[in-house]
Structure formats: structure tokens, C-alpha cells
Design a protein around this ligand. Structure first.
Ligand SMILES: [Mg+2]
Length: 353
């Protein structure tokens, strides 16, 4: 059993705040709330995950809106980032506005945005076969990505045409070899797989065929399952697993937790790496993206991860908070509505290793 007392920390931001301090009988004090509050004050940009962090389904997480408003009041920045590439940023803007949190386009980023930026930078002008929703397809088109037009040819017809093309382009001697460049491309340069809730067997077959023929294989993000109100649905990583099993080719993943995401966030916001905190409810994406790339990774326990999960994870967060509500209380003495990170001393000792 723990006992609670109250301590008055050093004056911070011109406002004295009373923090509850948990004292474990015969053990260390856990957690040190003053330190946890200071860690928050060092941050200039909070990159917030959405589901499980800011809202759960259609319900705002307690204290989440207060946190965002108080961050803005203090002149700090908020960027929402989701790995979900099935919806357009506009849909998220409308959803957040409906929850009382209106944001501008530059305050929301998805793994689809990172993929588009990566394609423009690394493969300018190359053709892309996209396995994605109409919303993602529209985003690609708007940003000038050259999408592969399959026309009426199904994968089998495509395979026949490739065989025919190859026969036709086979150089008979050295002098004819250069002529192959004159023929039109028979496959896209790149296959991109997103979280495609409109996936069909034909799309899957095309993607596999093109990858077997040498197309570069990219994926917007690696999440295997997407939480729903009924349980889970297969996400981008699960679709990629099917393609990898069929072709033997692994994709290059973008989104969280990869370097390209951090680079894009830094480029778009102008905030220095060490003053950026990625905040979310998943260790292997939301937290890992920060701790693996020189930014901070804060775990919140309002979604799928429990405090005891940290023990068995290779990814150790820089800090753990119960929710955005607890972060708000620590940051500026706001009222605490939501859950706290708990006070299990064994888990906290493990986390601090
Ligand atoms: Mg989440």
C-alpha cells in the first residue's frame, strides 16, 4: 500500500502548483512528479497520436482538449499525427473540429503525407501503383504523384503483355540493345500499399505481380491491426504480410516509427529535435519514433498499452503519463479528470533502468 502526501515544488512558470507525491513504504518514491512536470515544460512541440491518445472512438479522452488549449496558451505547438492512411487529413480536421478542437491543415499529418513527401524527394516523376482508399488516391493526385493507370488490363492480361514485350525487346545483337529504351514501360516503378479498406483480390494480385517484376515496394505504415469498436481489423502491415509471403519481398515502411516521419515533422515545424515529444498509446510506433531518432517519446496509458507492458518491450519511453489529462495537470496545474500512470514500484523501477 502506498501513502500519499502533498509537496510544494519549486515555483514553475510563475505559478506554484501542488503535486501529489507518492511515497512507497520502504521503497523509492515513485513517480517523481516534479521531474515529470519539468520534462513536459522542456518540450516546444507535442506530436499527438489520435485514437487512444486524444480520443477513443467517438469520445474525447478526459483532459485532452484542456491539454491542447493550455499548450497553445503557453506558446507551444501541437501537431496531430496518425499512421492511419485510409482517411484524408481533411476528414481528421472535420472530426477534431466536431470535438471542439478546430485545427489548420498544417496541424495534422498522416503516414500518407510522409509517403507522398518521400516519393517526391526520392523518386520524382516515377509511376506508382497505389493500393489505397479513394481518399489516399486523391491525396496522391493532388500532390502530383504519377499514378499507374491499369486501364482495362487485369493482372493476367498484364502478365501476357509483359511476356510479349520481353520477346519483342530481346536484343538480337549488341547494336540493337539500346532500342529497349524506346519501348513504353510495362509496369509501374513503385508499388505503394496503404491501409486500404477498399482492398480487392485484383489489387493484391496486381501489387504482387508488379513487385515480382521488379517494382520498388513501399508501405505507408507498419501497423498490423486497427482498433475498432468491435475489436480489430487488418491494417496496412497485415496486407503487406500477404504480399511479402507471396513475393518474398519486404517493403520499406514509412510513417511512425521511421526516420522519414521525424525528418518531415522537423522540416514542417522548424522545431529542434530535442524539444519535440511524440506522444501516444503504442510503444512500437508512437514512442519508438521519438526515442529512436533523437526526439522524446512519451507513453500515455489511455489506449492499448498498460504500464506493465513496458517491462517486456524493447522500446522504453522517456516518460509515462496516464493520459493527456495528467500531462495537463503536471504542465500547468490544470484539473485532473483522467487516469494517472499509477504507482506500481516494480514497474516504475523496471522502466527507469
Ligand atoms: Mg493510438
Amino acid at each position: 500500500m502506498s501513502t500519499q502526501e502533498h509537496v510544494r515544488p519549486a515555483e514553475a512558470d510563475g505559478q506554484e502548483t501542488e503535486f501529489p507525491k507518492t511515497v512507497m513504504p520502504g521503497g523509492p518514491e515513485v513517480p517523481d512528479e516534479k521531474t515529470r512536470a519539468e520534462k513536459l515544460r522542456e518540450i516546444d512541440l507535442f506530436v499527438l497520436d489520435l485514437d487512444g491518445t486524444f480520443y477513443l472512438g467517438d469520445r474525447l479522452i478526459d483532459g485532452a482538449l484542456d491539454f491542447v488549449n493550455d499548450v497553445w496558451k503557453r506558446g507551444k505547438k501541437i501537431l496531430f499525427f496518425t499512421n492511419n492512411s485510409s482517411r484524408s487529413p481533411k476528414v481528421y480536421m472535420e472530426r477534431l473540429a466536431g470535438m471542439g478542437c478546430p485545427i489548420s491543415r498544417d496541424q495534422i499529418m498522416t503516414s500518407g503525407d510522409v509517403t507522398i513527401a518521400y516519393l517526391r524527394e526520392t523518386y520524382p516523376g516515377k509511376t506508382v501503383y497505389l493500393v489505397g482508399t479513394p481518399a489516399l488516391e486523391e491525396s496522391f493526385r493532388q500532390e502530383g504523384i504519377c499514378l499507374w493507370d491499369c486501364g482495362d488490363a487485369g493482372p493476367r492480361n498484364h502478365a501476357e503483355s509483359v511476356t510479349r514485350d520481353r520477346t519483342e525487346v530481346e536484343p538480337r545483337n549488341q547494336a540493337d540493345a539500346g532500342q529497349t529504351d524506346m519501348l513504353p514501360a510495362s509496369r509501374p516503378d513503385i508499388v505503394v500499399i496503404g491501409f486500404d479498406t477498399t482492398l480487392t483480390y485484383e489489387k493484391l494480385e496486381r501489387a504482387c505481380t508488379y513487385i515480382r517484376e521488379g517494382a520498388v515496394f513501399l508501405a505507408t505504415h507498419l501497423d498490423i491491426n486497427c482498433p475498432t469498436e468491435y475489436g480489430f481489423m487488418p491494417d496496412c502491415g497485415a496486407i503487406c504480410a500477404a504480399v511479402t509471403l507471396s513475393t518474398g519481398v519486404e517493403p520499406k515502411y514509412l510513417g511512425k516509427p521511421f526516420q522519414e516521419t521525424v525528418d518531415m515533422v522537423l522540416l514542417r515545424t522548424g522545431v529542434s529535435r530535442e524539444r519535440v515529444a511524440f506522444v501516444g498509446d503504442r510503444l512500437y510506433t508512437d514512442v519508438a519514433v521519438g526515442v529512436n531518432h533523437g526526439a522524446k517519446g512519451f507513453l500515455v496509458l489511455s489506449g492499448e498499452t498498460k504500464l506493465e507492458d513496458i517491462k517486456n518491450s524493447q522500446v522504453k519511453p522517456d516518460e509515462v503519463y496516464g493520459s493527456l489529462g495528467e500531462m495537463n495537470r503536471l504542465l500547468c496545474g490544470g484539473t485532473q479528470d483522467g487516469r494517472t500512470a499509477g504507482n506500481d514500484p516494480g514497474v516504475w523501477r523496471e522502466f527507469r533502468k
